[in-house]
Design a protein around this ligand. Structure first.
Ligand code: ADP
Ligand code: FBP
Ligand code: MG
Length: 538
């Protein structure tokens, strides 16, 4: 996306002042606040190399930029935030939709098996349900200055603005009669540890509400159109032990039918609750399915559970599978370290996943403590030249005798040949930066006449196929349960997430407006640099 980069001519050490009666400067201060290019509509403060405070204002959304000379800008921002983070509800389309006392009883968790003619079990004395007006604070740090590490400010003074999002969980009243529900689960995109845990928990929770008609759609969205792919009946019995292995019981795929075909297939099958497990692409699909259902006036709840090993979904603490990926990646790094350390002038190179964000590379470098050079897509680097990676490797070999490089797959794409190819979902097929670094390292050390023993490890598919670790297992369980609670509460076009350790519902567009990235100004990236001891490679 095209952005307007403005530099406010104020030293980064001082708070920017608001110039008055000057149209040019006034324009500079109209910071953007749409979700289209920056996280949460907040300003990403960047200290440029010249030491000045740089801000960005998206051209596409510049009409939404805030005029901070308006004394009411803060309340206007908050109103707009509330509007954007409002979660779509079935009553938006069906204002007269019936609601019923919940069949999810907080005291009795055995599946409801009898018919409901006598009314639903009620729990009048103790209200342990989530109130629809409960909210969770999205941002918990009050930055006192835009120059604070990682500061995300809305205005140049970094004014504190509370931003509330909807709390997830079971509601006292529900919008679906369990006996009238046909629920479907679909898993799309690449594999990710924890998919089976989420499937399992969705099925178990649906059964507790009293749903008997639960199916799995095989092989992602493709399963809605391929005639040869039959839907898979699901029950507690079927899913009981599936979390003990990695992968997805239902299978995954990229690409598939159009949104219109998916919704037609849902209509034919009588599906009125759809649980969609996937990343950015899958959620774009889920939101489009939700919109199409509204257009066709179908009383359907579409709820996403963000799945991405890359952790590149906005606004949440982390996505499921990420912790497991870091733990497994650490094993690969450890192997590279042992190889490098045991060889004469050994260099271990490990390539980890991360198409557009370096979270796995950064976190596993931090976790292992064995990485000398961590390279991520968000931070440009040179291989050659006086400040390049190779020169630093030479220094490491001379001083330490060995070195370990950890590189994210999306890093340094300017250094590899472009393929111009895309996968079935339209994702760009990346050039192999790991292999490139391996080759260039071998060549470089040969040229300078220093022996080097280079070992290359790409553990991608070994990491993705793992079963979830304990912390991901818990995350998957809570997300799966909350997905079902959200659907029964009548929400649609939403996704579930963990935010400052609390569970929340987000409207889908807000979490997928762009991939979440490592902020090179963040404390975490600086901690990673402190740990590796690497210099800048530019
Ligand atoms: N913009 C989009 N609109 C509708 N469906 C999409 C969109 N982008 C991707 N999809 C579909 O979502 C599924 C998964 O997308 P993909 O990018 O492969 O994985 P992920 O969801 O993990 O990002 C695919 O079946 C793809 O066709
Ligand atoms: O080889 P595949 O299956 O297409 O998957 C490769 C991609 O999968 C990922 O690990 C995760 O991607 P998704 O979130 O889109 O599934 C990416 O980092 C990587 O580029
Ligand atoms: Mg993706």
């Amino acid at each position: 996306m095209e952005t307007l980069s403005h530099t406010i001519t104020t030293s980064a050490s001082a708070k920017p002042r608001l110039p008055r009666n000057d149209n040019v400067h006034r324009r500079l201060l109209r910071f953007r606040h749409g979700f289209s290019s920056l996280n949460l509509g907040t300003l990403r403060s960047q200290r440029s190399s010249s030491g000045f405070f740089k801000v960005e204002c998206s051209q596409q959304s510049s009409k939404n930029c805030i005029d901070f000379t308006d004394p009411d800008w803060k309340s206007k921002f908050q109103q707009d935030f509330e509007r954007r983070f409002n979660i779509p509800h079935i009553t938006d389309t069906f204002p007269d939709a019936h609601l019923f006392p919940s069949t999810f009883c907080l005291r009795m968790r055995t599946p409801v098996t009898e018919d409901f003619a006598e009314g639903y079990p009620s729990d009048e004395e103790w209200h342990g349900y989530i109130n629809n007006n409960d909210r969770v604070l999205l941002k918990v740090i009050h930055y006192s200055s835009p120059t604070s590490a990682g500061a995300e400010c809305i205005d140049p003074n970094c004014t504190w603005v509370e931003q509330w999002v909807h709390r997830a969980g079971p509601r006292e009243k529900i919008y679906f009669k369990p006996e009238e529900v046909k629920a479907a689960i679909v898993t799309c995109g690449g594999l990710c540890p924890g998919l089976n845990d989420v499937i399992r928990q969705i099925v178990i929770t649906l059964e507790i509400y009293g749903v008997k008609n639960i199916v799995g759609i095989p092989f992602g969205y493709r399963g809605f159109s391929d005639k040869g792919l039959a839907e898979m009946p699901l029950s507690r019995k079927v899913v009981q032990n599936i979390h003990l292995s990695g992968g997805s019981l239902l299978g995954v795929s990229r690409g598939g039918p159009s949104v219109s075909d998916i919704v037609s297939s849902m209509e034919e099958r009588g599906i009125n609750m759809l649980f969609v497990l996937g990343g950015n692409g899958t959620h774009a699909g889920a939101n489009a399915i939700h919109d199409e259902c509204r257009k066709r006036k179908l009383k359907v709840a579409v709820v996403g559970v963000p799945k991405t090993i890359d952790n590149d979904i906005l606004l949440m603490d982390k996505t499921f599978g990420f912790d497991t990926a870091v733990e497994e990646a650490q094993r690969a790094i450890n192997s590279a370290y042992i190889e490098a350390h045991s060889a004469y002038h050994g260099i271990g190179v490990v390539k980890l996943m991360g198409r557009s964000s370096g979270f796995i590379a950064m976190q596993s470098s931090l976790a292992s403590g064995q990485v000398d050079i961590c390279l991520i897509p968000e931070v440009p680097f040179n291989l050659h030249g006086p400040h390049g990676v190779l020169r630093h490797l030479k220094y490491l070999i001379e001083t330490k005798g060995s070195a370990v490089v950890c590189v994210a797959e999306g890093a340094g794409q300017n250094l590899v040949e472009k393929t111009n190819a895309t996968d079935a979902s339209g994702n760009i097929v990346l050039g192999d930066i790991g292999v490139r670094i391996q080759q260039e390292t071998k060549k470089y050390f040969k040229e300078i006449g220093i022996p080097a023993d280079v070992k290359y490890i790409d553990p991608t598919y070994m990491i993705r196929a793992c079963r979830a670790n304990a912390s991901d297992g818990i995350l998957c369980t809570v997300l799966g349960q909350n997905a079902v609670h959200g659907a029964f509460a009548g929400y649609s076009g939403i996704t579930v997430g963990i935010c400052n350790t609390h569970y929340v519902y987000f409207p889908i567009p807000e979490v997928i407006s762009h991939p979440r990235e490592v902020d090179p100004n963040s404390r975490m990236w600086h901690r990673c640099l402190t740990s590796t001891g690497q210099p800048d490679f530019i």
